[in-house]
Design a protein around this ligand. Sequence first.
Ligand code: PMV
Length: 352
Amino acid sequence: MEKEFLSEKTFNIKDITVSASCPSNIALIKYWGKYSRQIPANPSISYTLNHCRTNTTLEFSSGGHFSVQTFLSGNEELKFADKIEKYFRSIEPYLPWILQGQYIIRTENTFPHSSGIASSASGFGAIAKCLMEVDDAFSGERGIEYKMKKASFLARLGSGSACRSLFEGLVVWGNTSEVDGSSDLFAVRYPDSEVHPVFRDFNDWVLLIHEGEKSVSSTVGHGLMNTNPYAQRRFQEAHENFTLLKEILRNGDMEGFIKLVEHEALTLHAMMMMSEPAFILMKTGTLAVINKIWEFRKSTGLPLFFTLDAGANVHLLFPNNGTEGLIKEFIEAELLQHTQNNGVVKDVMTFL
Ligand code: PMV
């Protein structure tokens, strides 16, 4: 219920500076397609990354006209400020103090700005965490659990996938009968006890195939699902994949995991190709890398596989189970050449 996040009482508005850090995430079952107010058309699940993060400091000066100034790595960003201003206006019912002052927001990503790695997830995650710090200071503390849940709820209203970044490990967003407590309004952590150890220490090396802006934004992409004739089948399949994935995670079925995760990535891009108008975010390098991964797996049997987000970059996934040395050698020797500037961001997802 959205009601639990509404807030009426506000005390003690004052000048305050808060800081927060939030990681990025990569989805295994993808969110693609939504209804109004960022309600997802299907449930999704992601790994939260360890190293790719956004660090944000928010300075609030109380009183005066509402205004927002934003800086990314020290440079003023006017477009981002507009976006945040709109966002703050949209969440006033949940944070009644939010328009009563001026903001300076300084933000830095630990990954290269031009990399094409989604900064909106970690960015909105960090801002939502900052807002909940301020809310605590003004309205009194209500416990860490409520705070993280509301931060996830607020992050979702900024960028859907951001709501998953508030939690570590495997994180679910969207109502599914497969996960207790799951909700369309905020994300929840997938229970660790249901995850085989082989899935709790994973690498995600992001090959930067194409750096810079993508040709079609995810907002436009989500919108095109409204008229995509395959959309309903896709949403249903995401639910079916949750049922499959639950069993795979419990059993440690690596082969099943690889098949499901790659299928989800290709389905996401297939949906783009079947939109009207159609669009393709993969590049030549993306396809070359996918084919080489498949050949490598066929000839060695080693668990190297991929997922994609809404862009050309390839997320190379492989477990730390003793085979990672050979896989890393292969990546350096064979796959790096398909990146634009030898670009690779090496991250891990570890929750032992
Ligand atoms: O949160 P958005 O609106 O940027 O959408 C992200 C969608 C994908 O990254 C393609 C998939 C996902 O679930 O993260």
